[in-house]
Design a binder for this molecule. Structure first.
Ligand SMILES: *Cc1c(COP(=O)(O)O)cnc(C)c1O
Length: 342
């Protein structure tokens, strides 16, 4: 049974006797072996930490369960977030189960359809803002401060606390930390959280923070005013947890890398059709990053055990799945079916 992050890691989270019990069964996601990709990358093992198996289909649930529980503990009756999609889907679900109002602000035009569907289904009030994610976050931070509505973006420290549990699970499952861990980086809360978790467990894997080429402020060392990428979850130009990401890179001896949308789609297809794991485009970025690093320097990962964090489920973004697929082909009559299936 999935007990949920709060129960399972109670001794390592900032819970009190007054923290409400809250879970949708988040966490306990699998580490899936990807031997073909491991051969391609030239490492000994590649494990996919498939966070798409969380209740709302992304890792956001790990931190959201704690953020919403603490908000209610502190008397909040409403929560708000700016979101590229998954944060709003997760916030909406946890607000629904605990019974508080949820408000989400999404940038216009660039939110994957599955994520919006979730926020709508869970009863969140959705406001579409003309502008990008960074502008939406600035706006909701100001509103939360003024109104006292609980802000549940990853600038909320409880989000980071909850998300660090993924590092604990990896260590538990493998029996040790991997040599390296690659993950997509957008607002940089998750790389900050993983590093916190690994450090608290006394481990020090090398972290590879992968950004999209059109939204790579950490690689460039300066904010990007107009971030662009097919990987909408990481279409962020000025990460709120910038300092945390830089510390994670430096202390782990890791790096930030950037991959083009074409590389992301290549990895996305390899994952789905070669490893059997359907993730959303942003989640394919770390695999694209590892492929790029190994192609540039063959033998770089020889003998190593690596983990790639697949942050969200492929069903989140059906448009990209269909849009990047070969055409479905002609419609056939029943009499031609046998021939068509040959
Ligand atoms: C939120 C999100 C990211 C980026 O995580 P940050 O903590 O903002 O760096 C990556 N992938 C998916 C699927 C996400 O939902």
């Amino acid at each position: 049974m999935r007990r949920g992050v709060l129960a399972r890691f109670a001794d390592r989270l900032p819970l009190t006797a007054r923290t409400p019990t809250l879970t949708l069964g988040e966490g306990d996601t699998p580490l899936i072996a990807a031997p073909r990709l491991a051969r391609e990358i030239g490492c000994r093992f590649l494990w996919l930490k498939f966070e798409g198996q969380n209740p709302t289909g992304s890792f956001k649930d790990r931190g959201m369960v704690l953020a919403i529980a603490k908000a209610v503990e502190d008397g909040a009756t409403a929560a708000v977030c700016a979101s590229t999609g998954n944060t709003s889907a997760s916030a909406a679900a946890y607000c629904a189960v605990i019974g508080i109002a949820c408000r989400v602000v999404v940038p216009d035009g660039k939110v994957a359809l599955g994520k919006l569907a979730q926020a709508v289904a869970h009863g969140a009030r959705i406001v579409v803002l003309r502008g990008n994610f960074d502008e939406a976050l600035i706006a909701v931070r100001a509103i939360a401060k003024k109104t006292g509505i609980a802000l549940v973006n990853s600038v909320n420290p409880y989000r980071i606390e909850g998300q660090k549990t993924a590092a604990f699970e990896i260590i538990e499952t493998l029996g040790h930390a991997p040599d390296g861990l690659a993950l997509p980086v957008g607002n940089a809360g998750n790389i900050t959280a993983y590093w916190k978790g690994f450090r608290e467990a006394g481990t020090k894997p090398v972290l590879y923070g992968i950004q999209a080429a059109g939204a790579a402020p950490l690689v460039l060392g300066t904010p990007v005013a107009h971030p662009e990428t097919i990987a909408t979850a990481i279409r962020i130009g000025n990460p709120a947890s910038w300092a945390g990401a830089v510390a994670a890179r430096d202390e782990s001896g890791g790096l930030f890398g950037k991959v083009t949308d074409d590389q992301i789609i290549e990895a996305y297809r390899m994952l789905a059709s070669g490893a059997g794991v359907f993730c959303e485009p942003a989640s394919a970025a770390p695999v694209a990053g590892l492929l790029q690093l190994s192609r540039a320097q063959p033998g770089r990962f020889a003998g190593q055990e690596l983990v790639a964090v697949l942050t969200g489920h492929g069903l989140k973004d059906p448009q990209t799945a269909i849009g990047s697929a070969p055409p479905l082909g002609a419609v056939v009559a029943p009499g031609d079916l046998e021939e068509a299936l040959r």
